[in-house]
Design a binder for this molecule. Structure first.
Ligand SMILES: [Zn+2]
Ligand SMILES: [Zn+2]
Length: 292
């Protein structure tokens, strides 16, 4: 738990990790101890096709989770990995189910369906535009930059989707598998929510985008009419992303930067921001809908 620069209480949450219940290298108890010691308030244990109900392990709160997938290993044919978060009962999903059936069952269980690592899966907007009921997507998952993977950043997919009007809440998480110093306790969300919140209230706060995603830096994106401002902890780079492929004042580089702002144009429909600190750690804001 942390109080941010505006006095708001924030919970530190990793919504995606694996254990020895599937292909992770630590037991649920070991994983829970690692995250608790790193100051996390909540984790979701999201083993492949293995539902873990809400509760606590070793004193750390667990949000119910699982990861389901459709498609094999060929991105050209469509690979979909979908997290089930906060379901009130175990989803009943057939191994041959397609992505829409998986999403529908998760929502039917009162949970949130999260499109996991779209960059790693090579997801395109064409593949996902017909899918209804996705509650959030990952903009970054640590493990896709560890071991034998090198495609962790889904910002291009996120922006292409936003160009089509899909402004998903943007989660960063670890998708932990190895626990070898490369993929644990690195990327997470800072959720503005009471520690006493119910599972449903946690999901509601994620849907409201009451969080930022980060590896350490704090980031806030603020709108005042056509002026969009970032406030952050000291950074070496602050960047804005929208459907404008280029515009003025969208990237500043320097040292100890704690704010930046830009003016949006009438044709811009969304905007979001990222910051990078001197250690290379990043934070990602959620997207502001400029059509409202
Ligand atoms: Zn996955
Ligand atoms: Zn995973």
């Amino acid at each position: 738990m942390m109080t941010d620069m505006f006095g708001q209480i924030r919970l530190k949450v990793n919504l995606h990790l694996h254990t020895t219940e599937s292909d992770g290298r630590k037991t649920p108890e070991e994983a829970s101890a690692i995250y608790r010691e790193a100051g996390y308030d909540i984790i979701a244990v999201t083993d492949h096709w293995k539902y873990r109900e809400s509760g606590a392990i070793g004193g750390l709160r667990i949000l119910s989770g699982a990861e389901y997938n459709a498609g094999g290993g060929n991105g050209a044919e469509g690979v979909f990995h979908i997290l089930a978060l906060g379901c009130s009962r175990e989803p009943r999903i057939h191994r041959e189910a397609g992505p829409q059936a998986i999403i529908d069952e998760i929502n039917g269980c009162g949970g949130m369906a999260v499109l996991a690592h779209p960059a790693w899966s090579l997801n395109t907007v064409e593949q996902t535009k017909g899918l209804e009921g996705i509650g959030a997507t990952e903009i970054y998952n640590t493990v896709s930059d560890a071991g034998e993977s090198s495609r962790p950043y889904s910002g291009d997919f996120v922006d292409a989707s936003a160009c089509r009007g899909r402004l998903y809440p943007l989660i960063a998480d670890d998708d932990t598998h190895y626990y070898n110093g490369e993929d644990e306790t690195s990327s997470y969300i800072m959720l503005a929510c009471s520690p006493e919140a119910s599972d449903a209230e946690l999901l509601e706060a994620i849907r409201r985008k009451a969080f930022y995603a980060t590896q350490g830096p704090e980031i806030h994106l603020l709108r005042e009419g056509n002026r969009i401002a970032v406030r952050c902890t000291p950074a070496v780079r602050i960047s804005f992303f929208s459907n404008a492929v280029w515009a003025r004042d969208r990237c500043v580089r320097g040292s100890n930067l704690t704010e930046s702002s830009c003016e949006v144009q009438s044709f811009e429909t969304f905007i979001r921001a990222e910051v990078t600190d001197a250690d290379g750690k990043k934070a990602w804001s959620n997207t502001i809908d400029l059509r409202q």
